[in-house]
Every structure is written in structure tokens, then in C-alpha cells.
Design a protein around this ligand. Structure first.
Ligand SMILES: Cc1cc2nc3c(=O)[nH]c(=O)nc-3n(C[C@H](O)[C@H](O)[C@H](O)COP(=O)(O)OP(=O)(O)OC[C@H]3O[C@@H](n4cnc5c(N)ncnc54)[C@H](O)[C@@H]3O)c2cc1C
Length: 655
């Protein structure tokens, strides 16, 4: 049973009242705060970074130990003596029949309106209200709400690949479900609401009578969430809210938002039913935005806006950032799923033009460069599918999966960006920029996922911090504390006083280090796999097993200055993410009987491997990827069959 999509969440430790249980001790100064202070940062900067780190600890403490970050597959692949291969394989989702019906009906609604040309409203700036209502009537908005509240309680591993299918029909409608169900009001109420709050909000959220959004970003607070300024001040049975939000997707009068603001200077989340009309207390702040053209994305301002105190979510431990962090992971996988659908549309759009366009007497579809692009794009799609299946499966098993979902978010958004610019645009040439062309009309949609739900490189650093936190706390924090207590700024091991002071913590680290030097990377048994894919899996497992020495070496080289070595963190983070993507993709494709899926996985794994080994592409690679491109041109990539194709713009008579 899906642990996230139903009300009783086994993944989250439960107290007797059914709320998330109080986590173990999390009040002590966080590792980040301590390291920054010891590293000479100002008390203010250390406090702000420490607040983020504490929010992270508090989310962590909501999960049973076996599902926390240090026991998640990405962490274990680097730090465990043996890479746990079976944790990189999630079985395909078992979709219950009632959920399948909701999904089929939802796709049918959108297909019907797509064919009739009635998806958009009369202004052509948004999805038509009757389409949203029809989707509500077949259960689309309640997929992630439990059945007892009128939803269908879909497993997340069914929901995520379904979004890929929806994105192949309409990316905006897929994106709206992701915002509503993953980061909007559904996840906060489901995971942190008390029984009255669930009863009040979930049925309306499930039916779509109230679509929802999540309002975190402010003009001065995007990457830096410690800079939030919106406040809520208690006034009798209510709170008065003042402040401004920016870039909020799905926000409109009459919708419901999860609002992050400060109560007594601490982040808190209210579930706010926005009024049907603007007033002196609530004003929308529209602006021209290139991305999300058909979804509503606006700012808004609250001035002494009154909300009942009963709309404040109260996590038993933690605060509003704990709630915000919780929902983001689902959104990140959903984003990757959406990218997998969008890139399929791009691939389907490249083919008719590539067949039509002749240069020097030959259709460009049969040129190596174009074949390579088709093969590369199929590889990116299959890797996204693999990450979606893996991450959503982990979420259903009950893992927090923070690191894994970050990989999916970065890979999905970067793949979509590359696919748009390097593959789609280049293949369509000048026509890409004509009005009515899929690239020109959607370029901002293709790029924006690199920024929302956390900009990729910032997330990459967060991934790295999660990766090193446990190792740092265990081996490096005692060294830092000892140095601080002894008043030593720069340790010099030739100085007997320094060596004596550090003997305890260094001995402990030395034992770990020597143990690693004497061991070789190993991994648990691989399932039966085709030879090419098995080689990729072995390469990745071996690379990951070796990487802990590099990670630990980076920590010991930069010591307390590591927080400022952003370029190194970002670079090493990306390589580890790439190795994990190879492992996950090769295992995923090995379970497919489809030769094209396997060949695409082989190509993308070769691409990622070259990034790690820094070797040039081999002739074997070019043969494989161009052969794959030819097969796709011949219609052999089944999952793009029947997708709408870009009409040929500026047609001409071919010789
Ligand atoms: C289309 C779209 C939809 C969105 N939807 C929502 C939504 O529904 N709800 C919501 O709350 N928000 C939403 N957002 C906001 C989005 O999450 C933020 O834009 C994003 O988190 C980045 O914040 P920012 O734009 O303020 O960037 P900034 O904070 O200004 O940062 C800009 C860049 O500076 C660099 N940078 C910043 N800090 C550091 C640092 N410490 N070290 C190194 N580099 C740094 C990074 O490259 C960063 O990306 C949306 C944004 C867009 C574009």
C-alpha cells in the first residue's frame, strides 16, 4: 500500500494520536551551524544555515531509522562496504483497478478536448474551466488523497508514470496535478493536518472544488528561505497575515494555498482558502511571465488578511520549513516524470521534419548527426523513466528519498533543457523560431524546471551536504571541536601538543581510512542482465564504491572551509549523481524486453560514463547511437507512437 498517498502513512513515525510522532532529540546545534562557526563564519550566517539544517533534521526525524537518508540507497551506494543493488530496483507499480480507472478517464477527458481544440479557455491564456471541472468529476485532482476523504489514494509509483502519459497530452495539466497533489495543499494537510483539518480540506481538494498551490517564495526569499518576511500575528481566534509572495504556480482567487510565513519569527504553514475576489486585504500581483503560459503563476499581497487559527498546521516537532521540505520530494519526481513526457513529444516532433527536410539531396533523418540526436534523446527519456520508477518506488516503500529525488529533479530538468536546445532546436533549424513552432512557443516551459522546486546547482550542493553530513558528524566534528577547545586555528601534526590534543578523533578517522584502503569496492549480486547493461551496472557500482575515498578526501582537504568550496561540492555531487543514474538506468532497462529501451539505456549510460572517465566517444558508441536513431526513425520507439506531430512550417516542394 502506498505510504504517502493514504492518510495513515507508515513511512512517517506515528504517535498514539495518529500524528507524526515527536522526533528524537533534534534541538542540539546542528552540524552545519557548528562547522560554520568553527570555520569562522559570522554568528548570523551560521544561525541561518543552521536553521535550514535543523529543518532538514526535523524532516529526517519524521521517518523511521531504516528510511532515513543514511539508510537510503544513494547514501549507502557511496558509504556502505557493499552497494545494495536490490535497492536500485523498484518493481513496476501495481495500480489498483479503481485508480487505473481514474487515470484512464482523466486521459480520455484531456484527449477529447485536445482533439476538439477546447483545452484552452476563451482568452487562450489558461486551461478552460470546464476541462478542470470534468477532470475533477472523474477523480483527477484526488489521485493523491486518501479514499476516506473522497480521493483514490493512488500509489505514488502509479501516479508518477501516469504524469508522464498526461504530459504527452498536455504538460500544463500534468504540471497542475503535480503542484496540487505534491507541493500544493494536499501533501501538507495529508501529512501534517489534524483530523479536523483533514476533514475540512481534503474532500474539497480531492474533488477539485479547491485547486491548490504552495506559496513559499517571496521577492527577497527564493534560494534563501531564512529570509522570509511574511508574518502571521495572533489576533483573538484569528491570525493577521501581512506580506508578499512571488512566482506562485496555480494561485488564483478561490483556490487554496499552503502558505509559509513567520509566526513569532519561526516559519509556519497555514492552509488558506483564498477569497473569491480581491479586496484591500488580498491583492493578486500579476506580471508578464514567459514560462507556465497556460497555468496561473502570480504574486500576491496580504495586508491584515484574517485567517482562522484553526488553519495553522502544527507539526508535533519542527516548523513550517519541515512541512515545506516534506512535500518537495514528491514534486521533484513529478517534475522528472513530466520531463519524460515532454521529451517524448519533442522526439515525435523531430521525426516528420527530419524525414521531410532534404539537404544535398538527402533527408536529414538519415544523416549521422541527426540519428545521434534521436538516439541521445531516447536515452534521456529512458533514464528519466528509470529514475521516476526508482524514486517513486522508494517513496512508496517509505523512504524519505531526499537524495534520490534531487537526482531525478536535476536529471529531468537538465535533460529537458538539453533536449530542447541541443536536439529539438538544432534539428528544426530556423523554423524553430517561427510562431506556431513547438520549440519557439514552448522554450520557456522547457527551461523553467531547471529553476523551480530549487535551482539545479543549489540542489546539487544540498545533495552533497546530505551525503557528507553523517560522515562529517562522525569523524570531522570531533576534530573541529577538539581544535576549538584547544584554541588551535591551524593544526600542525609536527607540533606534539597538536598531535596529542587530536589523538582521539584522529585515531577514529585513521581506523576508518585504513579499513577503506584495505578494502575493494563490492556490490551485492546483480540480477540477470544483458552483457552491455551488466557492464554499466558494474562500472557504476565500482565507481560509487571508490567515491567515498574521494568524498572523504575532499572533506579532509577543505575541512571547515568546505562550505565555501561550492564549485568542488557541485562538481563532485554531479559525478556521484551521474554514477547513480547509470546504475539505476541499466537495472531498469535490463528488466525491459524492449530492445530499443535497452539500446537507449546503453547509449545514455555510455554518455554518462564518458563524463566520469573523461574519455572521447568511441566508434562503437557512434555506431550504437546512430543505429538506435535509425530504429527510432523507422518507428520502433513504441512509447511515442501516435503522438501529435509538428506540422511542417514554411513547406516547400521537395525534389
Ligand atoms: C515558473 C516558476 C514557477 C514557480 N513556482 C513556484 C511555486 O509554485 N511556489 C513557490 O513558492 N515558488 C515557486 N517558484 C519560485 C522558485 O522556486 C524560485 O525561483 C527558485 O527557488 C529560485 O529562487 P529565486 O528565483 O529567488 O533565485 P535567487 O534566490 O535569486 O537565486 C538566483 C541564483 O543565485 C544563485 N545563488 C543563490 N544563492 C546562492 C548561494 N548561497 N550560493 C551560490 N549560489 C547562489 C543560484 O544559482 C540561484 O539559482 C517558481 C519559479 C518559477 C520560475
Amino acid at each position: 500500500m502506498n505510504s504517502r498517498a493514504v492518510e495513515s502513512e507508515p513511512a512517517v513515525k506515528k504517535g498514539s494520536n495518529g500524528h507524526a510522532a515527536a522526533p528524537a532529540e533534534v534541538e542540539k546545534e546542528s552540524f552545519a551551524e557548528m562547522a560554520l562557526k568553527l570555520g569562522g563564519k559570522s554568528a548570523e550566517e551560521a544561525r541561518r544555515m543552521g536553521a535550514m539544517d535543523k529543518a532538514d533534521d526535523q524532516v529526517e526525524a519524521l521517518f523511521a531509522p531504516q528510511y532515513q537518508t543514511i539508510n537510503s540507497p544513494a547514501h549507502r551506494a557511496v558509504w556502505d562496504q557493499e552497494t545494495p543493488i536490490n535497492e536500485f530496483v523498484s518493481a513496476s507499480a501495481q495500480t489498483p483497478p479503481h485508480v487505473q480507472k481514474v487515470m484512464d478517464d482523466s486521459l480520455a477527458v484531456v484527449r477529447k478536448h485536445f482533439e476538439a481544440g477546447t483545452i484552452l479557455n476563451e482568452t487562450k491564456k489558461g486551461i478552460a474551466k470546464n476541462v478542470l471541472d470534468e477532470l475533477g468529476s472523474v477523480g483527477y485532482w484526488g489521485l493523491l488523497v486518501g479514499r476516506e476523504y473522497g480521493g483514490s489514494g493512488a500509489p505514488f509509483s502509479s501516479f508518477a508514470p501516469f504524469l508522464t502519459k498526461m504530459a504527452m497530452l498536455d504538460g500544463t495539466i500534468a504540471g497542475m496535478a503535480s503542484v496540487h497533489g505534491c507541493i500544493g495543499a494536499v501533501d501538507p494537510v495529508r501529512s501534517f493536518g489534524n483530523p479536523e483539518q483533514k476533514k475540512k480540506y481534503l474532500p474539497l481538494l480531492a474533488s477539485g472544488q479547491r485547486l491548490s498551490a504552495f506559496a513559499l517564495t517571496e521577492p527577497n526569499a527564493g534560494s534563501d528561505l531564512t529570509a522570509l518576511r511574511t508574518t502571521a500575528v495572533r489576533d483573538g481566534d484569528d491570525y493577521l497575515i501581512n506580506g508578499e509572495k512571488l512566482f506562485i504556480t496555480n494561485v488564483m482567487c478561490g483556490r487554496t494555498i499552503g502558505l509559509v510565513c513567520l509566526v513569532d519569527k519561526k516559519p509556519a504553514v497555514f492552509i488558506v482558502d483564498l477569497p473569491d475576489q480581491e479586496s484591500e486585504h488580498f491583492r493578486l500581483k500579476p506580471y508578464g511571465l514567459y514560462a507556465l503560459r497556460y497555468a496561473s503563476n502570480q504574486g500576491f499581497v496580504f495586508k491584515d488578511f484574517r485567517v482562522p487559527a484553526s488553519s495553522l498546521l502544527k507539526p508535533v516537532k519542527g516548523d513550517g520549513l519541515t512541512i515545506a521540505y516534506h512535500g518537495l520530494n514528491l514534486g521533484r519526481v513529478a517534475l522528472c516524470a513530466n520531463a519524460a513526457g515532454t521529451m517524448r513529444l519533442m522526439l515525435a516532433n523531430m521525426l516528420p521534419w527530419a524525414r521531410y527536410r532534404k539537404t544535398y539531396g538527402q533527408a536529414i533523418v538519415s544523416r549521422e548527426l541527426v540519428e545521434r540526436r534521436l538516439g541521445r534523446l531516447a536515452g534521456l527519456i529512458v533514464a528519466c523513466d528509470a529514475l521516476v520508477e526508482w524514486c517513486s518506488g522508494l517513496i512508496d516503500k517509505g523512504y524519505r528519498s531526499e537524495m534520490e529525488c534531487v537526482i531525478a529533479k536535476i536529471f529531468g530538468s537538465e535533460s529537458q533543457k538539453e533536449a530542447a536546445i541541443e536536439l529539438l532546436m538544432k534539428t528544426h533549424g530556423g523554423r524553430s523560431f517561427l510562431h506556431g513552432h513547438v520549440f519557439g512557443d514552448n522554450v520557456h516551459e522547457y527551461l523553467a524546471p531547471c529553476i523551480y522546486e530549487g535551482e539545479g546547482e543549489m540542489l546539487g550542493m544540498a545533495f552533497f551536504k546530505s551525503l557528507v553530513k553523517h560522515h562529517g558528524t562522525k569523524y570531522f566534528e570531533p576534530i573541529g571541536k577538539t581544535l576549538a577547545a584547544a584554541g588551535i586555528k591551524k593544526p600542525n601534526m609536527a607540533n606534539p601538543a597538536h598531535a596529542w590534543a587530536l589523538k582521539g578523533p584522529l585515531m577514529s578517522y585513521g581506523k576508518w581510512y585504513v579499513g577503506q584502503k584495505l578494502s575493494r569496492p563490492s556490490w551485492s549480486a546483480l540480477p540477470p542482465m544483458p552483457e552491455t547493461l551488466r557492464k554499466h551496472a558494474e562500472f557504476a557500482a565500482h565507481w560509487l564504491g571508490r567515491s567515498r575515498m574521494e568524498v572523504s578526501g575532499t572533506m579532509s582537504s577543505h575541512q571547515l572551509g568546505l562550505a565555501d568550496r561550492q564549485c568542488r561540492m557541485s562538481e563532485l555531487s554531479q559525478r556521484i549523481q551521474d554514477a547513480i543514474t547509470i546504475l539505476c538506468t541499466s537495472l531498469y532497462a535490463a528488466r525491459s524486453q524492449d530492445e530499443i529501451v535497452r539500446a537507449a539505456a546503453d547509449c545514455v549510460c555510455q554518455d554518462l560514463t564518458r563524463k566520469l572517465t573523461r574519455e572521447p566517444a568511441s566508434d562503437r558508441y557512434y555506431r550504437t547511437v546512430t543505429k538506435l536513431g535509425r530504429a527510432i526513425a523507422n518507428g520502433e520507439f513504441k512509447s511515442i507512437a501516435g503522438l501529435p506531430e509538428q506540422e511542417i512550417l514554411m513547406p516547400y516542394k521537395n525534389d
